[in-house]
Ligand binder design. Structure first.
Ligand code: CA
Length: 224
């Protein structure tokens, strides 16, 4: 399984290439941008788990601007790369709240270790793109843990949300209660499989008729 996607924003191709190589060896998917605007577009499209940002970027958006804009739109962890130790104070400023930084030159192995440490600390699940159901009537945003029906946010419990994501990730496929428990509750669940039925009933109640969820008696559930 992929460890998730990391967006590397670095205009120095040699450094970007080396960082990408080490991250890929560690099991990460890697996106690369060499300026802030491209980075923002990639981030909005693919919701990477973490962003590595060089402060000195060409163009109107430097690394600090980029971080500010990412912070305004969501909560992806950021690790800064900086060529100047006098930038470190700014990086660590409360305003930006960087999760970590490395001063150039740095060891790519060290960067990978920092990436893993930040992901452990922030504990974010691998973010996937927004899933749309029922022709867009239902929108599931795993990165923000938000569900909207007809544009209006709907409050779901953690388990209801996980269940919906599991169903949304396997559209058109029948999932048994055991499979749903493993996907939505994790491998260490215990208890009655009928707990799935209870949560499905809640999802139906909260999301209404837009949720095209079929019950297959004695088999499980299928989201279309
Ligand atoms: Ca640079």
């Amino acid at each position: 399984m992929s460890a998730g996607t990391v967006l590397v924003v670095e205009d120095d191709e040699a450094i970007a290439g080396l960082v990408a190589l080490y991250l890929q060896r560690a099991g990460f998917g890697v996106l690369h941008a060499d300026d802030g605007e491209t980075a923002l577009a990639l981030w909005r499209r693919d919701h990477p788990r973490l962003v590595v940002v060089d402060i000195g970027l060409p163009g109107a958006t430097d690394g600090l601007d980029l971080c500010r804009r990412l912070r305004a739109e969501g909560g992806t962890p950021v690790i800064f790369l900086t060529a100047r130790s006098d930038e470190v104070d700014r990086v660590l400023g409360l305003e930006l709240g960087a999760d970590d930084y490395l001063t150039k030159p740095f060891s790519p192995r060290e960067l990978v270790a920092r990436v893993k440490a930040v992901l452990r600390r922030t504990g974010l699940p691998a973010a996937s793109p927004v899933t749309e159901l029922a022709g867009g009537a239902i929108q599931i945003d795993p990165a923000r843990r938000e569900v909207r029906v007809g544009g209006e946010p709907v409050e779901l419990t953690t388990r209801e949300f996980n269940l919906l994501v599991a169903l949304g990730d396997h559209r058109g496929i029948v999932l048994s209660r055991t499979q749903l428990l493993e996907l939505a509750w994790g491998a260490d669940w215990y208890g009655d499989e009928r707990t799935v039925d209870v949560h499905v009933a809640q999802l139906r109640k909260k999301l209404g008729t837009a949720l095209d969820l079929a019950t297959l008696r004695g088999v499980g559930y299928r989201l279309d």
